[in-house]
Write a protein that binds this ligand. Structure first.
Ligand code: HEC
Length: 195
């Protein structure tokens, strides 16, 4: 990174860190995420989407800088339950998009190099705000490379763009339940964008 870019990145971090408040905070009236209708979810996303990606990308993650140009996999964010009852939206990179969008329920097998990036937004009940959640990532590595997690690597970026310390087993123990789907949970059925 050249010096100017670095300075800009530091400035961006300072803005995001200032006052403990997120530029991206958006007020909500419905506090139970499961009660949100499609329109509510769309307006929350509209309010937050620019600051969400700016936060993820503010520490130089190449994935965070690029995933919005990948293939979006559902019509809008969904509230599935796992991942802290957050609103979730998954993007697939060019290697993985075609296979992911089949949403195969048996014998799914993602190509090596597939990356899935899932944005998340949390409804903060006390603050009555929608606040940014982590960017969750799954990367398919070469066969045999990560036997404990069936060759998936799990990562997460905090809303500030910082790499989060996560346990592979924490993520995979739940994703293990989706064995026939190559360990992917997929978006809510009614929201899936098929090929
Ligand atoms: C309690 C169960 C559970 C845990 C723990 C969990 N996940 Fe998930 N994950 C799911 C479910 C269910 C979905 C699909 C729901 C959706 O995206 O709407 C999913 C979807 C995903 C996706 C989108 C790709 C896909 O599977 O369709 C990514 C990326 C992801 N999780 C990463 C992670 C990471 C990283 C961790 C650990 C920090 C983690 N998950 C922990 C249940 C879990």
């Amino acid at each position: 990174m050249n010096r100017l870019l670095k300075a800009a990145a530091v400035a961006a971090t300072a803005i995001f860190a200032s006052g403990g408040a997120w530029a991206a905070d958006c007020p909500v009236t419905i506090l139970d995420p499961f009660d949100l209708e499609g329109d509510d979810i769309d307006s929350i996303y509209d309010c937050m989407k620019d600051d969400l990606v700016a936060g993820y990308a503010s520490q130089g993650s190449k994935i965070a800088e690029n995933y919005r140009n990948w293939t979006v996999t559902s019509t809008r964010m969904g509230v599935a339950g796992p991942h802290g009852s957050r609103l979730l939206l998954t993007f697939a990179n060019s290697i993985g998009a075609e296979a992911y969008l089949k949403f195969e329920e048996e014998g799914a097998n993602m190509p090596v190099g597939s990356v899935l990036a899932k944005e998340s937004i949390k409804i903060h009940k006390k603050k009555k705000m929608a606040v940014p959640g982590p960017l969750f990532l799954m990367t398919k590595v070469a066969a045999g490379e990560l036997p404990d997690t069936n060759d998936w690597r799990y990562d997460a970026l905090a809303p500030s763009g910082k790499v989060m310390k996560i346990k592979q087993s924490y993520c995979h123990n739940c994703h293990l339940g989706f064995e026939d789907q190559d360990y992917m949970g997929y978006p809510l059925e009614e929201l899936r964008l098929k090929n």
